[in-house]
Design a protein around this ligand. Structure first.
Ligand SMILES: [Fe+2]
Length: 286
């Protein structure tokens, strides 16, 4: 069995998040022998959106792909980067015509010299968020471009719980960043994708959840990766401003918290033949 290791890192918040990533990610990749790294960068620019400079800093720290979410539109200068850089993703279920793309397939040589095809998909939830296109149908449509259309959950599997040939090519390891507010919607999508992808990791809420698990057909799942930023904060932002907002309901402009940041995420060990996740480890480096 060939083992592959995927590292998924939660939303990078502002300069403290970028600095924490640059300080800790290279060592983490080495320590865990990670073959592929996805980092959510939608809050890297002062907490709101991402710039090309921040994107390149995240790549330089060791990310193979930078995913995002609803805040990706904040810095308009980044929109052309979404068009030209295949490693920069925005959620796939924005309507046709939206700048950028929501998934990318990258070939990368894993330890031992074996080439692996990684398919990374970034999707956004709709509950308590903008009512964009259906994340469930969006994912089906992406997979349909790779093989036969698939509409019905249980008919996707044979009696061994394996996907029919064509839906996932040999060596195609699928990682999903589901950027969503609702825990119910996040868990539902994970069950919908169980056995069809290797890993579904939630982002957006910035609070790491302790529910990492492997679903019955082999998909690894965590409701939220957490964030990469200052933990003595309110979701990476200055606690005083957040408190003032909450108490007065005046929308004071939030600013990043100051201090030293940590890195949060998960490491999945994936069977390179079946694509199933075998172990899932929650990571929090303060
Ligand atoms: Fe975020």
């Amino acid at each position: 069995m060939s083992m592959l290791r995927a590292l998924m890192i939660g939303d990078v918040v502002g300069d403290p998040g970028l600095e924490a990533l640059e300080t800790r990610l290279p060592g983490l990749i080495q320590e865990k022998a990670a073959d592929f790294v996805v980092v959510n960068g939608e809050n890297a620019a002062g907490g709101f959106g991402i710039t090309e400079t921040a994107f390149r800093r995240i790549l330089a720290a060791g990310a193979d792909v930078v995913s995002s979410g609803n805040h990706v539109w904040e810095k308009r200068d980044f929109w052309p980067v979404l068009e030209t850089e295949s490693r920069a993703l925005r959620p796939a279920n924005y309507p046709p015509g939206t700048p950028g793309r929501g998934w990318v397939r990258l070939e990368k040589t894993a330890a031992g010299g074996r080439p692996v095809s990684w398919l990374v998909v970034n999707i956004q939830g709709r509950e308590l968020m903008s009512p964009i296109d259906c994340p469930f149908r969006c994912f089906d449509n992406i997979l349909a471009e790779q093989g036969p259309p698939a509409d019905l959950f249980h008919s996707l599997y044979n009696s061994e719980g394996n996907l029919p040939a064509g839906l996932r090519g040999p060596g195609d390891i699928i990682l999903v960043d589901f950027h969503a507010e609702s825990t119910r919607e996040k868990e539902a999508l994970a069950w919908y994708l169980d056995g069809r992808v290797s890993l579904v990791t939630g982002t957006h809420t910035h609070v790491q959840t302790a529910d990492e698990r492997i679903l019955p057909l082999g998909t690894g799942y965590i409701t939220d990766l957490g964030m990469t930023g200052v933990t003595r904060s309110v979701i990476g932002m200055d606690p005083k401003i957040c408190l003032d907002r909450a108490r007065s309901q005046v929308l004071y402009r939030m600013e990043c918290a100051e201090g030293t940041g940590g890195v949060q995420g998960v490491l999945a060990e994936i069977d390179g033949e079946t694509g199933k996740t075998l172990t899932l480890e929650r990571i929090f480096r303060a």
